[in-house]
Design a protein around this ligand. Structure first.
Ligand code: ZN
Length: 306
């Protein structure tokens, strides 16, 4: 039997159909405009699931979904979502998909699914016991994995590093607080700050890093970004002492421009935690979601057999 793994992002819904060996059978992507509201996301989600179910020649065991927001993995309800995903807050995503497709569904936070995918598919599960993941993209996602388990917390916000306050009273955040680290080390924050400094428009984080080589004003922004990121890593390292911190998300794609400087700063600070880039990049979320779906089925099976 096959499983489906889905990653719901702000601009695309991506999905994979995997076989029993977790090998790729089919994939599907649909652009979405999350800002247009819940119906727009659900329409893209239906398109992707429809394509994958049609492509499967064997029955499907279940569907795993990674989504932004605080997700109650038990009920599959989005307990909290910012206005980045209008209409998502409070939505019973698992029930909606289960009723539509009559298949078992598991929903988790997208940084959790990314971390699960990254560890499993890069064969790190054996050598890593304590890992933190930070995804530096439109926002900053995070996930904690300790003693072999994802730590989701008492209020479904375990690993929400993006909304840890880095500068009290600092830049306003769309979560309602001020100074959240998402407003300093996400790709959007980096672009916004470079635009504010120069009056120019930057389409991607990579453009900012490129411009920093020519323009002292942009270089200042990038230097501050690296310093903030190193501080965040230092704080995580000292408080949780993981053996590895994985950095993913769009900003990590441009790491050739900044990784060495960040590593130098971490060495100066005496940070011992190994920091590595995500190897599975933007695929880890949907693969991790598929893995969750495959494990969910096993749990149901073992429960039924006892
Ligand atoms: Zn915030």
């Amino acid at each position: 039997m096959h499983v489906i793994g889905i990653d719901i992002g702000g601009t695309t819904v991506k999905g994979v159909l995997l076989d029993e060996q977790m090998e790729l059978v089919h994939k599907s992507t649909s652009p979405t405009d999350a800002k247009a509201g819940r119906d727009a996301i659900l329409s893209s989600l239906s398109g992707v699931i429809g394509t994958l179910t049609e492509a499967s020649e064997t029955p499907i065991r279940g569907i795993g979904i990674g989504s932004a927001g605080r997700i109650n993995v038990g009920t599959g309800v989005v307990e909290y979502a910012t206005e980045n995903l209008p209409g998502w807050h409070g939505f019973a995503l698992k029930s909606w998909v289960e009723e539509k497709y009559n298949l078992p569904v598991i929903v988790d936070n997208d940084a959790n699914t990314a971390l699960i995918g990254e560890l499993y598919f890069n064969h790190l599960l054996i050598e890593t016991q304590h890992t933190i993941m930070l995804t530096l993209g439109t926002g900053v996602g995070g996930a904690n994995y300790f003693s072999g388990q994802v730590v989701r917390g008492a209020h479904h916000q375990g690993g929400e590093w993006g909304h840890m306050v880095l500068y009290p009273g600092g830049r306003p955040c769309n979560c309602g607080k001020s100074g959240c680290l998402e407003q300093y080390i996400s790709g959007s924050a980096l672009r916004k700050e470079a635009e504010k400094e120069t009056g120019r428009t930057f389409l991607q984080g990579r453009d900012v890093f490129k411009a920093a080589q020519q323009d002292a004003r942009v270089n200042k922004v990038v230097t501050q970004f690296i310093s903030d990121l190193a501080l965040v890593i230092e704080n995580i390292s000292i408080s949780l002492d993981p053996d590895r911190i994985i950095l993913g998300g769009g900003v990590t794609e441009s790491r050739d421009y900044w990784w060495e400087d960040m590593q130098d700063l971490l060495n100066q600070k005496g940070v011992e935690t190994e920091v590595t880039p995500s190897l599975y990049r933007n695929r880890s979320g949907m693969y991790g979601a598929a893995l969750l779906a495959s494990q969910m089925r096993k749990e149901v099976k073992s429960h039924e057999s006892t």
